[in-house]
Ligand binder design. Sequence first.
Ligand code: RIB
Length: 312
Amino acid sequence: MIVVFGSINMDLNMRVKNFPQAGETILSRSYTMTPGGKGANQALAAARLGVKTALVGKVGDDGPGIRVQKVLRRNEVVTSGVTLSETLPTGMATVIKDKSGENRIIVASGANAEVSAEQAPSEILGKGNYLLVQMELPMEQNALVMKSARDSGAKVVLNLAPAMDIPAPMLSLADFLVVNQIEARQLGERLGIDVSGKPEKLAYALAKKGKLNCLITMGPDGCVLVTPEGEAWGMDSVKLDEVVDTTGAGDCFCGTFTACLHEGKSQSEAMRYATAASALSCMKEGTLDSYAYSAEIEEMLEKTAKVSKIKV
Ligand code: RIB
């Protein structure tokens, strides 16, 4: 089983031609409200591959909270670990997307701020299971649940998004670190690592620092994966004719990557599979609705570059 310890939001989405400048008001023709949150997105992406996935988190005692859980359950995500806040509303994200498919997001944490590691009992974090965490929940609770997973024998995948100032010992509680290039550089700088070189060099430095496998995603420039021993792989991205919406593509990558590892695929196979899934998610509007099932991902693999060994 995969346990996603993560955020649950309602996303308020608006399309604009260009992002507003400081002090500028612009109009958007319409808006949508869709379930989101990095935790919810990653759980659904993993469940799409048929892997038993449970989400542990918190929502408000309100309409958005009910709606997000309904959508998750309809998509086979186990939500018994999702509790209700008595005081705070469901987390809310404002997602603004421009004509190129890029986005700018502001998250108001709401009930996510109250999530506690105690919601994830050690019985569900045993050997054979994977714990997947991101950074939209309180950091100390993330650290506690990662420690508990480590002690109980589960593998831990840490997606450091959004980038946070985490201490090196917390990094060492993870088996895999998944970050985009910006997050990798920010983390590297905070840990006193030289971030000026190639991405694989940075991934190697982070891998050694945290004694974990480090995967850096680079959008259109592909991704690299490096072990603490310096074994490294790289691959190109899928070339898309049109990018509709990149929102949640990183979440799709993390959920798919973890599901593949859980199913026994090698790290490099999992990276390729996740690249194909996240490319597919950029071709459709929205987050959860844009996540593909296995058959479509398998088809996309034909257009997906091979993974090659690289030197660090
Ligand atoms: O990664 C995309 C997600 O970030 C959105 O769904 C939003 O809720 C924020 O958590």
